[in-house]
Design a protein around this ligand. Structure first.
Ligand code: URA
Length: 433
């Protein structure tokens, strides 16, 4: 089978066979297909797309291209979650203990952040002592013992996607639904999940900014799951504003703990409960989504979610103290209030700008390997829909002397004002099963 034929057939709009797709991925992994041919193929897919059968074959071939987690020694149905990335998205920290406390095993592999959205591993690493590297057996034993563990992704997870993604990034072929869907799903499948709940974000702070694109991506990923024998549910959620009030690693851990204590922000709480409920349903610990929601809410209100969170932190060497100020996570040296320049209703808050402001303060990486400051970030005191007086504090920057003026300007620029009352928008837009 030769690469030119595969490119030509896709260019001319034909459906590629399973053999062709597996041969292509083999050529990607072995470097036998050069960059220029791979780029040409990605562009042919960009214009002519792939059906679900082809996309599933690509997903499975890529998933098998590197390390594949064997979770068979873990009892129960292993259910994972994935978010397409958002500003202030700390749902994994809340969802994982809630789901584990319901009896569903969560064996999670996560990544570090790049750009304006933070990575879950960075958030856990902001907890003093927390270990994100575990031996495989240690990881399995922890999940069997307390139903949850989290480790950082291995370097050899889906290498075919790493190569293809890097090329797509420089050939204007990122925005292709089958290529995005197979890229995300191959990593989830290689991580060993039997069930997956996806949070597909839409809006200004999201990777998929428009709703139609988010819907198509969610549909494709749910359908790949069906073809591949995995149970998948996707929530489409609004990321036109940050999730919760905290952006920045240890600030987000503190907010996640507050949420598990039952007094977190409304949006973070309701999204976490919904994601956890679908995980509990897929993990067969409830018979209906209504029963699953009730189970999760009971766990949250009874404090069992918080206890499970503490158990996970302790099992991985982390130290938090719920009696101490900031739960023992400390605080950045500078607290700077950002004041409103006018009176009015807060109509919109651009999540992308807030994410960039937090990154400027040092909370995120511009490029792989950059060092981040766990304690810096932004605490929002107001969200869209609020009425604000000129001079009132909009947000507090937690800084360490870096880019304070630029970050303050970005926070101010993130806001659109209205003279009329503003209706709060729905966070969960729809669910795709
Ligand atoms: N995230 C991924 O993992 N892959 C894509 O192609 C796009 C976003």
């Amino acid at each position: 089978m030769n690469a030119i034929d595969i490119i030509r057939r896709k260019r001319d709009g034909y459906e590629l066979s399973r053999e062709e797709i597996f041969a292509l991925v083999e050529g990607i992994s072995s470097n036998q297909i050069p960059d220029y041919q791979l780029s040409a193929w990605a562009m042919a897919v960009y214009f002519n797309s792939m059906n679900i059968r082809e996309t599933t074959d690509l997903t499975m071939a890529m998933a098998a291209s590197g390390d594949v987690m064997d979770l068979s020694a873990i009892a129960g149905i292993k259910v994972d979650k994935h978010s397409t990335g958002g500003v202030g998205d700390k749902t994994t920290l809340v969802v994982m203990p809630l789901v584990a406390a319901a009896g569903v095993p969560v064996a999670k592999m996560s990544g570090r952040g790049l750009g304006h959205t933070g990575g879950t591993i960075d958030k856990f690493e902001s907890i003093p002592g927390f270990q994100v590297e575990r031996e495989h057996q240690q990881f399995i034993d922890q999940v069997n013992r307390i139903k949850a563990a989290i480790v950082s992704q291995t370097g050899n997870l889906v290498p075919a996607d790493k190569r293809l993604y890097a090329l797509r990034d420089v050939t204007a072929t990122i925005d292709s639904i089958p290529l995005i869907a197979s890229s995300i799903m191959s990593k989830k499948i290689a991580c060993g999940a039997q069930g997956i709940v996806l949070d597909v974000k839409t809006g200004e702070g999201a990777f998929m900014q428009d709703l139609t694109g988010a819907r198509n991506l969610a549909r494709a990923m749910v359908d790949i799951g069906k073809e591949a024998g995995r149970e998948v549910a996707a929530l489409i959620t609004d990321m036109s504003q940050p999730l919760g009030n905290a952006v920045g690693n240890s600030l987000e851990v503190i907010e996640a703990i507050d949420t598990l204590k039952g007094h977190g922000p409304e949006d973070l709480t309701s999204l976490s409960v919904e994601i956890a409920a679908y995980m509990v349903l897929i993990g067969r610990q409830a018979k209906s989504i209504e029963e699953a929601r009730k189970t999760v809410r009971d766990i949250l209100l009874s404090g069992r979610g918080l206890e499970k969170f503490q158990a996970i932190i302790e099992a991985q060497g982390g130290r938090i103290d719920l009696q101490e100020k900031h739960y023992g996570l400390g605080q950045a040296p500078q607290l700077i209030e950002v004041k409103a320049d006018q009176t009015g209703y807060l109509q919109k808050m651009n999540a992308l700008y807030i994410g960039r402001a937090a990154m400027l303060l040092g909370a995120g990486r511009e490029k792989i390997g950059d060092k981040i400051d766990y304690k810096v970030g932004i605490k929002l005191l107001h969200k869209p829909g609020d009425r604000i007086q000129k001079g009132e504090t909009l947000a507090v920057m937690h800084g360490a002397g870096k880019n304070l003026t630029e970050a303050e300007q970005l926070i101010k620029d993130s806001i659109q004002w209205s003279n009329e009352p503003v209706k709060k928008t729905d966070l969960i837009i729809e669910t795709i099963l």
